[in-house]
Design a protein around this ligand. Sequence first.
Ligand SMILES: [Cu+2]
Length: 148
Amino acid sequence: MRDPRTTQFHMPHRARRLTAGLALSLLAIAGCGGEDGPDVLRSYDVDLRIDDFEDEYRYVATGEIPDFAVGDEVTFIVDNTGRFAHDLQVLAPDGDVAGYAEAVLPGDSLELTVYLGQVGVYRLNCLFDNHLTEHDMQTLIEVGPAGV
Ligand SMILES: [Cu+2]
């Protein structure tokens, strides 16, 4: 049985060639209300891993870091390569929560798709235990205007 939300979303033929990750992102847009949702200009994945072997914990990009821009829908795929559980919260420049993914154990991975709707600095925070407060587990990404 197909999810009725997905049947309302008319995928272009081109979309069938996209990777599974991107396909999931597209379904997420449909789930947000389709044509009433945000205007997505680009959609892509960013791969991160966890480094928690020193006092300061952090998310580390394992691939190329894109030029983030307004209109981007980004799926963060975080491999927990650390010693502890970690989650991921993304805060928009105005302080609104753009997305949150529950903590996963070492060896597991989490995925979080967020829409970048504002120019400015987005914060990737780990809210698990004292990771943000004591271990400064925060990564900043700068988001520029669309189409520049
Ligand atoms: Cu953490």
